[in-house]
Design a protein around this ligand. Structure first.
Ligand SMILES: NC(=O)c1ccc[n+]([C@@H]2O[C@H](COP(=O)([O-])OP(=O)(O)OC[C@H]3O[C@@H](n4cnc5c(N)ncnc54)[C@H](O)[C@@H]3O)[C@@H](O)[C@H]2O)c1
Length: 250
């Protein structure tokens, strides 16, 4: 039996993950962590410092806040982590890398198989089209989303950037007299509204032709299912960092 703790158990994603975990024969949720009071059939704690249950894996769909408590708890107990939250700072990312020296850490800004395929296509297109095509990324999400641009948009920008010896810098939104666009930019634009689950469009705009690669998530269950798959994958793995590509490559 794989024992799971869900961080952010009261949120949109946390509730979806709980439902899926409960439907798996060899998985069960033993506790939740959430800063808001949450009614659930398992104990829910405000912080990892209060957690008494043992677990094999934490699935985290919460926020970048309170990360230190979670990572030091995992290091103490040896529990694997699936970090699906977005909005981590550079310092957070370095701390996550250090944690991966002790436990197995699965981290990705996007748990859908489709987006991970899109990432590979973006890398390929950027390499083939080269400097002559301007790259702009447009992401669209529901009006509750707190961070911008999305972690997935940044992930896609990084994939495009892998094609260039001289790395391009990211320009997040434009306003006013910004001047002509330079080739050293990747533009990233965030649209927020309604219940949009998650749309990403990568535009390669060249002289008289445009190539557009896109992905559209139609329900949050795509991400929850990816998280359950990731949790199953990372359990019992040696310390290190893993992502969706490791799961797809299996
Ligand atoms: N990797 C992916 O594929 C993927 C997909 C969807 C969402 N996300 C990310 O997952 C996160 C949650 O998304 P959501 O739509 O469920 O948001 P949400 O606001 O509905 O839920 C977040 C939950 O986490 C709790 N929370 C916030 N900060 C916390 C903390 N410090 N400690 C404990 N609990 C905390 C909140 O109380 C809430 O219940 C966001 O960062 C989002 O970008 C990632």
């Amino acid at each position: 039996m794989i024992d799971v703790i869900i961080r952010g158990i009261g949120g949109h994603m946390g509730r979806n993950v709980l439902e899926l975990v409960e439907n798996e024969e060899d998985m069960r949720c033993v506790a939740g962590v959430d800063i808001r009071p949450v009614k659930a059939d398992v104990p829910v704690y405000a912080s990892f410092t209060d957690v008494r249950e043992k677990a094999d894996v934490v699935i985290d769909f919460s926020s970048a806040d309170g990360l230190e408590d979670e990572l030091s708890w995992a290091e103490r107990t040896g529990c694997a982590l699936v970090l699906a939250s977005t909005g981590y700072s550079e310092a957070d990312l370095r701390r996550i890398d250090r944690c991966a020296n002790t436990v197995a850490v699965f981290k990705t800004a996007n748990l859908s198989v489709g987006v991970n395929i899109l990432q590979a296509l973006v890398r390929q297109a950027a390499a083939a089209l080269g400097e002559q095509f301007d790259i702009e990324i447009v992401e669209k999400h529901h009006h509750f989303k707190k961070d911008a641009p999305s972690g997935t948009a940044l992930m896609l920008a990084e994939s495009a950037n892998e094609a260039f010896a001289e790395k391009k810098h990211y320009v997040c939104g434009r306003e006013g007299m910004v001047g002509a666009r330079t080739q050293s930019e990747i533009g990233i634009h965030a649209v927020r509204g309604g219940t949009i689950v998650g749309e990403h469009e990568v535009i390669f705009a060249g002289e008289d032709e445009i190539v557009t690669l896109s992905h559209s998530a139609r329900s949050k269950r795509v991400f929850a299912a990816g998280a359950v798959r990731a949790a199953r994958f990372v359990c019992g793995k040696p310390a290190g960092k893993y992502d969706m590509h490791d799961v797809i490559a299996r």
